[in-house]
Design a protein around this ligand. Sequence first.
Ligand code: PLP
Length: 218
Amino acid sequence: MSFQNILKDLANYNTNLVAVSKTKPQSAILELYEEGQRDFGENRVQELVDKQEALPKDINWHMIGHLQSNKVKYIAPFIHLIHSVDSPKILKEINKQAAKNDRIIDCLLQFHIAEEDTKYGFDSDEALAFLKSPEFQSLQNIRVVGVMGMATFTKDENQVRNEFRSLKVIFDLLQKNCFDQVNSFKEISMGMSGDYTIAMEEGSTMVRIGSLLFGARR
Ligand SMILES: *Cc1c(COP(=O)(O)O)cnc(C)c1O
């Protein structure tokens, strides 16, 4: 499907597009850039840094892959949004590096919603407790602006829909209990090439689409 058709689809639901350009060459990014796309997502720090250095400076770079503490410093000067915050520890490191760069870095908390076993992601009780803690309140250089999740890779649409719904439930819970004073907590990053239609229907504000835009990755 073409870039323009995907954009039309997303516009109907007020959903934004993060074009996932991991493993793709700079020329592919520039092609979409010329068509107006400014938000690009990568999952490896080194690749992200190399592309950021080489490509136009008005691109908004999104980190969507698991982030190790010792690598935060490389992206802290420029990163637009980190989708993959999966522990209090990494959030504290992001805060530290953001302070060094005199920035406030926007972050999403990643939740484990899929059936598949993965090491990464908060569960809702853990996130609730952390967001209410004095420790979290003391982090002045990060802003938690929403949640991120990945559904199980399956053809079972009901299962995918239920998993996206569970992320929306977590989002609503956190918004109500932890962010009622401000409305900066507003993003739900869910939906990829294979399931973004369902994600839009279930309230996604941001989809992360790679292969549908750039072709399959090898
Ligand atoms: C690779 C990746 C995507 C995009 O996947 P596609 O199926 O190619 O659209 C989205 N989110 C994350 C976290 C990814 O790693």
